[in-house]
Design a protein around this ligand. Structure first.
Ligand SMILES: [Zn+2]
Length: 244
């Protein structure tokens, strides 16, 4: 005998199938589910690295972060900005607006324009829903149905792990140009210099060349030098001036 919950579940799957028949993407992850996935990922990440308790640095991050968030098309997400306790030079965004900058990166940056550029880049991954496509691709059909219809904790945790998995993140490396482009636009619209992100990429390029390894911000492909060249063109369009 099937239990009532199982029947209900089967009906839901069937109903969902009927409702969405003919759609390109019948099992689309909605916004609330994205936020739950982001929250779970945030917990995993914070448990792994710990969060820096530095009120001055946190205040600076919050002010710049929320200025960036307010010029995106989704200002009402539960935007959160935190500093991860690691010396690594990095930044990361989780679905739903949970953004992390490492302590190493906070110390490395020379000015607010650079931080605004990084946060703009990460905010773009959020509002263009780059992780969602990766999750939908990586999950088995059954688990995706479970995620979309039931939001079970297991399916949420699995989706969160996918967003934190560097190998998976390679899947949206081609989104890096897009994140650089809109990140620069968001920073500029929020009142910062248009070349903040470019400055950071240039500093990283001077330091490491085009990195081979894939990390969150420094995806190995496209190479930093190409990202910088593309930004040069875009910044000139945006401001009418060549970046220095
Ligand atoms: Zn990125």
């Amino acid at each position: 005998m099937m239990r009532r919950r199982t029947w209900l579940y089967l009906w839901l799957v069937l109903a969902l199938g009927l409702v969405t028949a003919g759609c390109d993407n019948p099992l689309e992850i909605d916004r609330d589910t994205e936020i739950s996935i982001g929250r779970d990922g945030a917990r995993q990440l914070e448990a792994k690295y710990g969060v820096v308790n530095d009120p001055a640095a946190q205040k600076r991050l919050d002010i710049i972060g929320h200025r960036i968030a307010s010029v995106t098309n989704e200002p009402d997400l539960p935007w959160t900005f935190k500093i991860l306790n690691t010396k690594e030079l990095n930044a990361l965004a989780l679905p739903g607006g949970f953004i992390y900058v490492t302590k190493g990166m906070m110390d490395y940056l020379k000015n607010d324009d650079q931080l605004a550029g990084i946060l703009g880049h990460e905010a773009t991954h959020v509002v263009h829903h780059h992780a969602k496509a990766a999750i939908e691709k990586a999950m088995t059909q059954n688990l995706l149905v479970e995620l979309v219809t039931q939001r079970s904790s297991e399916s949420i945790r699995k989706a969160a792990s996918i967003t934190l998995d560097l190998e998976m993140r390679q899947g949206y490396r081609e989104k890096e140009y897009e994140a650089d482009h809109y990140g620069t636009l968001f920073a500029f619209e929020a009142g910062y210099r248009a070349d903040g992100l470019r400055q950071v990429l240039e500093m990283l390029y001077q330091k490491e060349g085009d990195p081979k390894r894939v990390t969150w911000l420094l995806q190995s492909h496209p190479p930093l030098s190409k990202r910088i060249a593309r930004l040069d063109e875009y910044i000139q369009q945006l401001t009418g001036r060549k970046p220095r």
